[in-house]
Design a binder for this molecule. Structure first.
Ligand code: GTQ
Length: 370
């Protein structure tokens, strides 16, 4: 059945205003009440109409501004020294798309910040510098370029950079706008300002990174992955091998999800993360789905067409796809692969049974440019 999008049809609100009705609405307003039919078609649209718009943040333009903050504000004075990316349709929520937040955090050589924890969950994708570390619930992680790490909700965390001379920049992804939309935020500063880390660095990676399930792992009852860091090298090797042995998705190319080794599910209950490879010259077909996605170009260059507009991207660029927006991706190179890191609110969509997906079938699966 082809759905009808006609707001004048029976079953949709189609009341014509009259002086009598307008006076009635005023009376209701004074009681903090209202007539449903005046807003029904807006609050129950036929399909998702996100406030967020597709957006693209080129790293070549952002990077100098991120570096500029380094001498101007002390990291601990700022809380975190972060340039956040705000969607033109979501500024009031500090969201990059939908109910997801993202920003670029820069840490100078030798810097170390105090510990805090909050209701929002966080993830990191490293863009530059080799000295970055973070302590997550007492576990020290060292992360380098293109590594992915998580700071699940409620875990203590403090960050720093042990390099003697080079700043590091990583991308933060948090579900702050979601937590705020649900009126559930909490925030605490560590009572001793710092955690005492265990002696072993990247302990969760040593335990879980060989794909072995520890005795007692079934007692890991927290709703997030016990593995906190996902290094780039094995991730990329895995992607490359999959590219040689499998066709992949027509819409996403060779795509894999970072998972919890205990559940096989998303790394955290509100956000999932993916890594995808576009083969030399590959141009995927368009599809759309519920759920908002923030992409980071981990490697290579190309473009994405989002709702009929082309966005050219290069390494380090960040762009977003709002819920229910058509999107397709293309690798510009005939010699090199391109890799996109992304994170999304898919676990929320799935656990609330909001997930829907549709393929673009006209024009061989490619959107006409508007
Ligand atoms: O590192 O804890 O970009 O709490 C925004 C809020 C980073 C963090 C952000 C945060 C953090």
């Amino acid at each position: 059945m082809t759905p009808s999008y006609d707001d004048t049809q029976i079953g949709r609100a189609r009341v014509t205003d009259s002086p009598e009705l307008l006076a009635y609405y005023k009376e209701l307003e004074e009681l903090d009440a209202g007539a449903l039919w005046t807003v029904a078609n807006d609050i129950e649209p036929w399909y998702p109409r996100p406030r967020s718009v597709p957006a693209h943040w080129p790293y070549a333009k952002l990077r100098p501004l991120v570096h500029k903050a380094l001498p101007m504000v002390a990291a601990d004075d700022a809380g975190r020294r972060v340039v956040m990316l705000t969607n033109p349709g979501r500024r009031e929520l500090s969201a990059a798309v939908g109910l997801l937040y993202t920003g670029l955090q820069i840490m100078g050589p030798g810097e170390a910040m105090t510990a805090h924890r909050h209701q929002a969950a966080a993830l990191r994708f490293v863009l530059e510098g080799t000295g970055a570390w973070t302590i997550v619930d007492g576990q020290k992680l060292k992360v380098g370029p293109r590594d992915f790490a998580i700071t699940p909700n409620g875990t203590w965390h403090e960050h720093g950079n042990e390099s003697a001379d080079t700043p590091c920049i990583w991308q933060d992804g948090l579900d702050i706008p979601l937590v705020n939309a649900l009126d559930a935020p909490f925030y605490e500063v560590h009572p001793e300002l710092h955690q005492t880390p265990g002696e072993i660095v990247n302990s969760s990676l040593l335990t879980y990174g060989a794909h072995l399930l520890p005795y007692g792992a079934e007692r890991w009852t927290r709703p997030y992955s016990p593995l906190f860091a996902y290094p780039w090298e094995p991730t990329y090797a895995s992607l490359r091998n999959l590219a040689r042995t499998s066709e992949g998705s027509p819409y996403d190319g060779v795509i894999m999800e970072y998972i919890s080794p205990v559940t096989g599910g998303s790394v955290m209950p509100t956000m999932s993360a993916h890594i995808q490879l576009l083969r030399q010259g590959q141009h995927t077909k368009a599809h759309r789905h519920t759920g908002s996605v923030i992409y980071t170009v981990a490697k290579g260059s190309g473009h994405s067409v989002i709702d009929g507009r082309q966005y050219d991207w290069a390494e380090g660029d960040i762009f977003c796809v709002p819920s229910w927006s058509w999107h397709e991706h293309a690798n510009a190179s005939d010699s090199y692969d391109a890799v996109l890191f992304s994170f999304s609110d898919f676990p929320v969509m799935r656990s609330l049974a909001f997930h829907r997906e549709e393929a673009f079938t006209d024009n061989s699966g490619h959107q006409p440019l508007v």
